[in-house]
Design a protein around this ligand. Structure first.
Ligand SMILES: Nc1ncnc2c1ncn2[C@@H]1O[C@H](COP(=O)(O)OP(=O)(O)OP(=O)(O)O)[C@@H](O)[C@H]1O
Ligand SMILES: [Mg+2]
Length: 504
């Protein structure tokens, strides 16, 4: 079901537009001015927004710009009086889909909304089926966000040269796909792409894995074997998890990279190779260099052209496209026909902070495939941690509870208004005479005790208790999912006398 937001200061008009659309199976919300409209758009997941032009606090044109800056894929239709048609035309230049003149006829309204959403759906399908890079095995490399588009243009340039590339990024951000994209879109694509996972090979075998060995070179070497360096000759050698190789192997690797030749174990003959080297790591190599765990000279040899992959939480615009990509993939694998993601489920997916990045998203969608028997992914088919995190982060509340990027949440807006919009009266905490209660029971505001500081502390206390409960008292998990630096979390727990072990 599509979700539509009607933004107009004329309550009668809002109501009649909303009821015409609801009768045609749209989920409709309302906002009374531009500012409220923009806040709602940022808190919810709307496919289309109907915007009046003249409104108090923020005009329709300003609201349009903010909506488009937040998510360009949201369709906007302008509602305008005859006298404002010029503004409406202006709005179409700013990205509005079209405009409707007041008084609005229900049939025209429904026709235009249908048409706008069909157009949006077509654009989405086209953009989803046109990833920038095709990878072997039919894998598509998805990226709609500006961050990924920038990475794609870097890959495009780097795929044409032979220089070493170091790909960095948190686990699950797609480092391996970047390595493949560099190879399969460059001049070496008809030769081999060979991966060495440096963290998966025992120290005793790693030299032979890299450079090969002669028969009898060591116990168990019953025949001659060529190493990955030689096997990849003419192609690309991908050194995955490069931060995990031992000091001894770092020296040998550096020499092989500098001289483009190496000696197999147990041999006295040097082998020359022509390789492109691509390496990847999620470790902080600069820190490792400081601690003498990684050689600086090897770092500079590998880090000629760095690519830093952003974590998924910093490119939330990719979540929808990736979700549909994984739905297509799992429809084939599980022989199912899931065709849709409910707006509520998409809101949860967008609200999550994805510490495991795209791999975590992939797992969550596969989880939904196992659970879901219908043809739509709903909040019920998503793991519970996602809804808990969204609740904790207040994504169901109009507005944000805390700034995700801030180091602390001391200076945040407290959600004094409950999700449904009404101010709540005295809750458990206040009725027993004390601001603090032992158990978190959902934040409630006592309008007779509007002291900001006390309420803020009560909110923080309840937030922390709920978060600890959700993550079974595990400090690291709680800090990660609630987006609080661990140090801040520990300080706050101490301040409120909360013992994490009580929630294990
Ligand atoms: N942009 C993307 N489009 C489609 N699938 C992606 C994208 N990025 C990652 N994936 C998928 O997510 C999963 C994790 O990606 P990948 O293995 O490349 O991550 P990684 O950064 O190498 O992680 P790690 O550091 O744990 O090895 C893979 O299944 C990959 O196919
Ligand atoms: Mg990897």
């Amino acid at each position: 079901m599509f979700r539509v937001l009607v933004v107009d200061d004329d309550a009668d008009l809002r109501l009649s537009v909303a009821s015409a659309l609801s009768e045609n199976n749209y989920l409709v919300d309302q906002a009374a001015d531009g500012e409220e409209g923009v806040t709602r758009v940022k808190a919810g997941h709307y496919d289309l927004v109907l915007l009046d032009v003249n409104m108090p606090r923020m005009t329709g044109l300003q609201a349009l710009k903010e909506v488009k800056a937040y998510d360009p894929s949201i369709s906007v239709i302008i509602l305008t009086a005859c006298s404002n048609v010029r503004d409406a035309v202006e709005a179409t230049k700013e990205g509005a889909y079209n405009y409707l003149e007041k008084p609005i006829k229900a049939e025209n309204l429904v026709y235009l909304v249908d048409k706008a959403l069909k157009a949006k759906h077509m654009v989405r399908n086209i953009s989803f089926s046109a990833p920038v890079f095709k990878l072997p095995g039919g894998t598509d490399f998805i990226g709609q966000s500006n961050e990924m588009k920038r990475i794609f243009s870097v890959i495009d340039k780097l795929s044409r040269v032979d220089t070493a590339v170091l790909i960095r990024g948190e686990s699950g951000t797609g480092k391996e796909l970047v390595a493949q994209a560099l190879h399969f879109n460059g001049p070496r694509k008809d030769n081999r792409f060979v991966t060495i996972n440096c963290s998966a090979i025992p120290e005793t075998l790693i030299e032979s894995e890299f450079f090969g060995h002669e028969k009898g070179a060591f116990t168990g070497a019953d025949s001659r074997k060529i190493g990955k360096f030689q096997y990849a000759d003419g192609g690309t050698l991908f050194l995955d998890e490069i931060g995990d190789i031992s000091a001894a192997m770092q020296v040998k690797l550096l020499r092989a990279l500098q001289e483009k030749k190496f000696t197999p174990v147990g041999s006295n003959r040097e082998v020359e190779v022509n390789l492109r080297i691509v390496a990847a790591t999620n470790r902080n190599l600069e820190d490792m260099i400081k601690k003498n765990e990684f050689r600086e000279d090897l770092f500079y040899r590998l880090n000629v052209l760095p690519i830093q992959l952003p974590p998924l939480r910093d490119r939330k615009n990719d979540i929808e496209a990736l979700t549909h990509h994984f739905i297509d993939k799992f429809n084939q694998q599980h022989h199912k026909n899931i065709t849709n993601v409910s707006p509520q489920a998409m809101t949860l997916l967008k609200a999550h902070s994805w510490p495991g990045n795209i791999r975590e998203l992939e797992n969550v969608i596969e989880h939904a495939f196992v659970i879901e028997s219908g043809n739509e992914i709903t909040p019920e088919s998503l793991p519970e941690t996602l809804s808990l995190c969204a609740e904790l982060k207040g994504s169901s509340v109009a507005g944000r509870i805390f700034d995700e990027k801030s180091d602390d949440f001391d200076d945040v807006d407290i959600p004094l208004i409950h999700a449904q919009g009404q101010i709540l009266s005295a809750g458990n905490a206040a009725s027993n005479g004390s601001i603090y209660s032992k158990e978190a029971s959902g934040f409630t505001l006592d309008i007779n005790r509007l002291d900001f500081q006390a309420n803020k502390e009560e909110f923080e206390r309840q937030f922390l208790i709920s978060a600890l409960k959700a993550f079974k008292g595990r400090i690291n998990q709680t800090a990660l999912h609630a987006n609080i630096p661990k140090k801040t979390l520990l300080r706050k727990l101490e301040k409120y006398g909360i013992n994490a072990r009580d929630y294990v």
